[in-house]
Design a binder for this molecule. Sequence first.
Ligand SMILES: [Zn+2]
Length: 184
Amino acid sequence: MTEIETIKEANCAKRIIDMGKIDLEYIRARCREDGDCWIWRLGFTSRQVPSMHAGKKIVGVRRVVAELLGLQIEGKKVTTKCGNKRCVCPDHVLPATPVALGKMVAKRTGYASFTVRNKKISDAKRANSSKLTAEQAKEIRESDDRLIDIAAKYGIAAATAQRIKAGKVWKTYGATPFSGLGAR
Ligand SMILES: [Zn+2]
């Protein structure tokens, strides 16, 4: 079996999650943040797909992230919305059928457009974040729902929900009088 075939294996990501050692915070801690992207710092396949070891298997990190978000990935490849092939950000992972992926790749023209898009995502995120109240942040921290459901419920990005849960973002928001904390 080649490395790539191993990565496609459907249950692999699920299995390492079931082992209970991996969550989004584990993954984020192994990334370098670049704008909105989480750039994986560890292993890659020969095709630059972010990868990690799961026992004797190698599994695509984006597959793990997609599974953690509760996305359907069976029979799909997991690419990025941002176009950065080293990115594993929960808001950028995108499960796609091979056909859809082919079309997407054909549309991608250059780095400049990704930068513009990243800025838009960033602005949207900021607008979204300021919608939250301290009370809602507390609800999010205490919620047992899947991140993707929390994100939909509060109209925020999954990565934001994850960071609120991890107690990271809300701290930052509370740090300045301009953070929009408590704005309704
Ligand atoms: Zn990205």
